[in-house]
Design a protein around this ligand. Structure first.
Ligand SMILES: [Zn+2]
Length: 173
């Protein structure tokens, strides 16, 4: 037990270093740091949350909502980070409704590789818009690389909807 109270400042450097190493090559961390949001398909970014489009979507408008910090589990999030995640999830559904008029949504999280989480280990919530009758279309989309032009086109639609909703809110009495 005494070992826990040893003064070992080099550990802090090591912990910081492994954190940086872990986040290197993570596409979500890259989106958090990017100076070109459109290139990374970043729809929204705050100090603690990032929203980006999935480059390999299960359907048009497939979004990923993630904490800005490279963490793998909900248990690692603060209350304020959790609140902001949920608040931005709420808002993102409105952006998608306005931009793409879906009939519904699938919202889900994969934790651990057995559940299908990617190697990047960066917690994220999937938001997949759904339309009546899109079920036959889904498997084809899942195995096909979506053309980047279509992604950017959808990206711009979502950004426009987000900006319209934001300005409607600020002009409310
Ligand atoms: Zn990351």
């Amino acid at each position: 037990m005494a070992i826990d109270v040893l003064w070992a400042p080099w550990r802090m450097k090591y912990i910081e270093y492994t954190k940086i190493e872990k986040s290197r090559g993570c596409f979500i961390c890259e989106a958090v740091r990017s100076s070109n949001p459109e290139e990374k398909l970043v729809v929204h970014r705050t100090e603690s949350v990032v929203v980006l489009m999935n480059r390999y979507p299960y359907n048009t408008g497939h979004l990923l909502i993630a904490p800005a910090r490279h963490v793998a589990e909900f248990a690692q999030l603060s209350d304020s980070e959790l609140f902001e995640l949920a608040a931005i999830l709420r808002d993102s559904l409105e952006w998608l409704r306005k931009a793409l008029s879906p009939d519904g949504f699938n919202i889900g999280v994969n934790i651990g590789r057995v559940a299908g989480a990617g190697l990047e280990d960066h917690l994220h919530i999937h938001v997949v818009p759904r339309w009546n009758g899109d079920t036959n279309f889904m498997p084809i989309v899942a195995n096909t690389k979506v053309i980047p032009e279509a992604l950017v086109d959808t990206y711009r639609k979502i950004i426009a909807a987000k900006n319209q909703l934001a300005s409607a809110q600020t002009t409310k009495p």
